[in-house]
Design a protein around this ligand. Structure first.
Ligand code: DGY
Length: 317
């Protein structure tokens, strides 16, 4: 059976697929594939390992002649029409849990960098402007004693809460259901979204992108933020109104924002690059050697299981 992989991924996955006697076809194009390239790469595959940059909408799924499984090399799966895939008897899988800690670290990295203005300060130093210690050089915000609002208290949100709690932060969260674990372990309180936005000093987003979460942080909701607030997003860009947030940052209506994800990724709104009160990362939330190896392994195991007639380990449809 043939497995198509849309970009080079860690060897550990390839090893597993070879041991299972699959024929592997890895795209040699070292950038996200356009739709023609994606069709060419995947149309005759029995199983596919793809990236979050590969869009499997109805049209694309219709082009797949033999596919039984699409293993997304990501926890988010908004790039795949999972309902339509199900109609076509294609199992879609993702890589939950194993990237929780790495992504939570990235959220904290953004919170700290924003709070302590590390990007601005480092640039200042690299530009040769550091003339010695000064009482008011790059004053920022403390984390300790501040309120963190976690939007989406799933595994990653809870891992962020764990870190923030150990920094001495108070945690509030917004989630569809009550999350006893975050309440018991980190004294977190469930609140409405509006309450969270109006009372948090730091806001961290940890939701899946879906029709119900798209634009959740709308202009109206963003206007509730404190003037001293820091917002960080390691989930998906479309969850917040990026253009409006940029306006707020430009007029100092909030203190700072940290982005790992963007609305029109990989295009970055040029205005963002001109702002000092933002920290910008190129979607590296899960980018550690260990995490990416484990993600590759899980994607391969999902493909192997489905094609050998067993249950997928982490199906999403
Ligand atoms: C995911 O897996 O959805 C992340 O965004 C990748 O870093």
């Amino acid at each position: 059976m043939k497995i198509s992989i849309t970009r080079k991924i860690p060897e550990t996955a390839l090893q597993l697929l070879r041991e299972a006697d699959f024929e592997i076809n890895i795209s040699t194009i070292d950038r996200p594939l356009n739709s023609d390239e994606l069709i060419k790469c995947c149309k005759n595959a029995d199983g596919i390992i793809c990236l979050l940059t590969d869009k499997f909408d109805k049209d694309m799924i219709d082009k797949l002649t033999k596919c039984k499984v699409i293993a997304n090399y990501a926890v988010g799966f908004n790039n795949i029409d999972i309902e339509y895939a199900k109609e076509k008897n294609i199992i879609v899988t993702n890589t939950p849990d194993i990237l929780t800690e790495a992504t939570a670290d990235t959220a904290l990295l953004l919170m700290l960098s924003c709070a302590r203005r590390s990007f601005e300060a480092e640039k200042f130093l690299r530009d040769g402007k550091f003339n010695g210690w000064s009482p008011d050089l790059f004053l920022g915000m403390d984390l300790s004693g501040k309120i963190l609002g976690v939007i989406g208290a799933g595994k990653i949100g809870q891992a962020v809460a764990k870190r923030a709690y150990s920094f001495g932060m108070k945690i509030i969260y917004f989630s569809r259901g009550q999350k006893r674990e975050i309440e018991n372990k980190f004294k977190a309180k469930k609140v409405s979204l509006k309450k969270l936005l109006s009372s948090s000093d730091f806001v961290s987003i940890h939701l899946n992108l879906s029709e119900s979460t798209k634009n959740l942080l709308s202009k109206e909701n963003l206007n509730l933020l404190k003037k001293t607030a820091v917002v960080v997003n390691t989930a998906r860009g479309e969850i917040l109104d990026e253009d409006y947030l940029i306006k707020m940052l430009k007029s100092n209506k909030i203190f700072a924002a940290g982005f790992d994800v963007y609305r029109n990724e990989p295009k970055i709104n040029p205005e963002l690059k001109n702002l000092n009160n933002v920290v910008l990362l190129p979607h590296i939330g899960s980018a550690t050697f260990d995490t990416r190896n484990k993600m590759a392994e899980l994607a391969a195991k999902n493909v192997i299981n489905v094609l050998k007639g067993k249950k997928a380990l982490t199906p999403v449809n």
